[in-house]
Design a binder for this molecule. Structure first.
Ligand SMILES: N[C@@H](CCC(=O)N[C@@H](CS)C(=O)NCC(=O)O)C(=O)O
Length: 212
């Protein structure tokens, strides 16, 4: 069995990002899953692994690391080939900027705990929650579409997959799941389609996971 353990959930976008990166680098890992629908990730038993009650976490030897941006950076430094960041400093910064657009400004607003709080604390209906979800995806994707048009050449940045693509694919999956109209984002759709044709990315798809 691999000594890399990915703690996650099949439909978690942040876990999906990490799976894509690990698969693109052909790293073998074992998955431990937590059913987010039942709150398994918040069980006190798992606090040493998941102190925030959020997935993913990666475990390697005596290290447990949470936060997918930190995990991706660690993976990149540990296994530099094939690279998911360009060599040029300015290009690397742009890739990280695109990834952060999704990771900081779309995904956290639509996290399960936020959606649950809208319903339980603010009495939001399912329709209002769906509108909330679409609002942040649409706003973020409109900006990302411009960046990908400017910098992309088959993928979000240039002509090879990068961190930005690892973030985009799960966010597109989530947008489709919640019925967000993706027709205005031709550049994002083209990148997502290119990524989804790659076998390592296909293997990272939520439907392919043991807990799906
Ligand atoms: N910033 C964190 C976010 C992690 C996160 O939000 N995970 C979600 C799944 S994608 C989660 O565990 N949600 C459980 C909950 O909201 O209770 C990361 O990138 O790792």
């Amino acid at each position: 069995m691999s000594d890399i353990v990915l703690h996650g959930y099949w439909r978690s976008s942040a876990t999906y990002r990490v799976r894509i990166a690990l698969n693109l680098k052909s790293i073998v890992y074992h998955q431990v899953t937590y059913d987010l629908r039942t709150g398994a990730q918040k069980c006190p038993l798992f606090l040493s692994l998941l102190p925030q009650g959020l997935v993913p976490a990666i475990e390697s030897n005596d290290m447990v690391l949470t936060q997918s941006p930190a995990i991706l950076e660690w993976v990149e430094e540990q296994w530099p080939s094939p690279p998911l960041l360009p060599t040029n400093i300015r290009c690397r910064a742009m890739v990280r900027s695109m990834a952060a657009l999704i990771g900081c400004d779309i995904h956290p607003l639509n996290n399960l705990r936020v959606l649950n709080a809208l319903k339980s604390d603010f009495n939001a209906s399912q329709q209002q929650v769906d509108e909330w979800i679409a609002r942040w995806i649409v706003g973020g994707f409109a900006a990302l579409e411009l960046l990908v048009q400017r910098h992309g050449d088959g993928f979000c940045y240039g002509n090879v997959p990068s961190f930005a693509d690892c973030y985009l694919v799960p966010q597109i999956y989530s947008a489709r799941r919640f019925g967000v109209d993706l027709s205005p984002y031709s550049a994002l759709n083209a990148v997502a389609n290119a990524m989804e044709r790659l076998p390592p990315v296909q293997a990272a798809h939520p439907s392919q996971q043991p807990d799906a």
